[in-house]
Design a protein around this ligand. Sequence first.
Ligand SMILES: Nc1ncnc2c1ncn2[C@@H]1O[C@H](COP(=O)(O)OP(=O)(O)O)[C@@H](O)[C@H]1O
Ligand SMILES: [Mg+2]
Length: 277
Amino acid sequence: MSGRAAHIIVVGNEKGGCGKTTVSMHLAVGLLRLGFKVGCIDLDHRQQSLGRYFSNRRAWMERSGIDLPTPTMVVMQPSNAELKAQAAAQEKAGLEGLLGHLARQCDFVVIDCPGSDVALARHAHVHADTLITPINDSLLDLDLLGRLDPVSWQLQAGGVYSNLVWELRKERRAAHRSGIDWLVTRSRLSALSDRNKQKMAEILPRMSKILGFRLADGFGERVIYRYLFLWGLTVLDMEQAGIDLGGGKSNQAARQEVISLLRSLWLPKVNERLDRL
Ligand SMILES: Nc1ncnc2c1ncn2[C@@H]1O[C@H](COP(=O)(O)OP(=O)(O)O)[C@@H](O)[C@H]1O
Ligand SMILES: [Mg+2]
């Protein structure tokens, strides 16, 4: 135990399929490749995608004999207490204990949330130093952040997720006396320009000022983000893994997108190492 306290990054949104796990995987590997010790918690105990991804990585390492940087990976298990309140209390205590343990061992803890509002995910948000919310580039997904007037395009009210973040920020301030740096990223951006994409680009900066989040560049729609899952690799591992999949320009762009996300954390200890990638 080194006594250090990790920076906690929660990747959350109540929407499924918006790229939370993809962002968690790439962020964790990016931080590992910068030389940080990283702990990962998968709160989606049903799908366990982040946990599966890192066990695929370990299996690939065994097959290839190549040592890749890996995090301490924990998949949270649900409590089997019969009473709902008792189960929630047990799960909360379990997460507290785990976070306390990982925070002493690691520089960063990355928590991947499920795409629904569950007590454990709420609780994780209260611990977030940084919250990253990927959203699909769609007005339907934007509705979770804020309700828009269809004529004036003005923000009429907060959406369900931003209202939740508002509540949890208050709870965090009371519990930890510090805020949550909230980053929203647009996922799976298409290379083509269309009406929807332009509107999103117009609306999001206005929304960010009112709802209190920062906007960061997200990941474009690229094969490399989805193709490597079974091997537990990312575009940042290709060189060490000795794999050349072709697709040079797109892969180079993906690499830059991951670096850009790391830079968007606005953490000096990260930025000063980015030239390692
Ligand atoms: N930038 C991207 N380019 C291509 N496919 C992506 C990208 N981001 C996510 N995907 C794919 O979209 C689907 C949902 O992503 P996932 O990370 O599992 O979302 P979530 O964890 O929010 O449910 C997966 O099939 C994933 O491989
Ligand atoms: Mg997921």
